[in-house]
Write a protein that binds this ligand. Sequence first.
Ligand code: GDP
Length: 388
Amino acid sequence: VVTVPDLPGATPRLHKPAPSSPTASDPQKEEEENVERICCRCHQLTHQGKVRLGESVDRTDFRQALIKIVKDNPRAAILALVDVMDFHGTILTDLKDIIGDRHPVILCVNKIDVLPREMSSMRLNRWVQRQAANLELWVYDLLLISAAKGANIGKVFEVLRNVCSNEGRDLYVIGTTNVGKSTFINSLLKKGFLKNHRRHETTTSVFPGTTLDLIDFPLPIHPRNRLFDTPGILSDTQLSAKLQFDELKLITPRKRLKPRTYRVSKGQSMIFGAGLGRVDLTDGRPIYFTVFMSSTISIHITKTERVDEVLKKLTGTLLSPPSTFERHQALGWSFRFTKKLRGIGWGESVKDVVFSGFGWIALTGCGNFRIAAWGASNADVRTRPPLM
Ligand code: GDP
């Protein structure tokens, strides 16, 4: 019998547990001690044929450990997974400072299956390339993938083959939590592009107390070719870390996003869910807000001065998630930024406002206008060049 915590974010047990004490007398304790203890990842690989990365590590600790990895292994290559919906929030923006320019980076932009049908792949490619160029990394290859649907996973393997067998490099897969790293590794395993993992390794960073738990997967290319899975990078500005499981399920898009467009006037606010985020139009002529979020997130437009009253009255009925006003209060929300923008016409958006973890809105209009943005908990809200 194997007991394994199966909760998202659960801390895995030790890979090799310490032997139990022979002096224990409590029967429940004795029963527990007869149980073989292995970590979640080992269990799920062995018994369910899949990896669940419940483990995560703080951003600062991850940075320090990665510095040590690339210092110790001059042949390290990085496979960085990012979420297409929140490119800038899921990439380590200072990756260049951490790894320098002697380590190639394979950039895999995940979850492309949720993008609307109207999204042209040429535009997406160009947009991603432009964002990647700003990172000033040695981008060995850039791939648009869907780990969940298996799209372009074969192409990823071809790139891995080149990097590993031709260049003799070790690969380190990195990504923030929820970017789809477990799904990605499972997809490689399912297609036979990875063999089941050999062992865990812990790398100690140059700073005491900072370690990184790595899982070593052999690639079916050559015994010396290795791919290391690293724990998810946790950021306290990620909304997913603050949400309950059922809320997280509701905000995560499962299907292609269907853009919803609304006309918003000065003095009005658009609320997403029951206070997951909000944008006010504080000045200018009316503009269009096009929302790219899961249809399970409610959208409501009201006068800015009425926002609090509306939330109190409609949370749990017209507005959700979260489903209760108390939960909204527990998460809290606060002002993020105000921005003056100049619309470039009705045919093209001027900016996206991205809400970390659950989508974005595109702003379209003419002339000058000003917006104010709000976010739940301390989750990131940012602007970026329009994706669509
Ligand atoms: P991890 O924390 O990085 O290991 O992320 P997971 O693999 O657990 O995935 C986080 C969430 O994103 C889950 O709800 C997945 O189902 C979802 N997900 C992962 N990859 C994809 C993808 O390619 N497309 C879509 N639509 N969802 C994905």
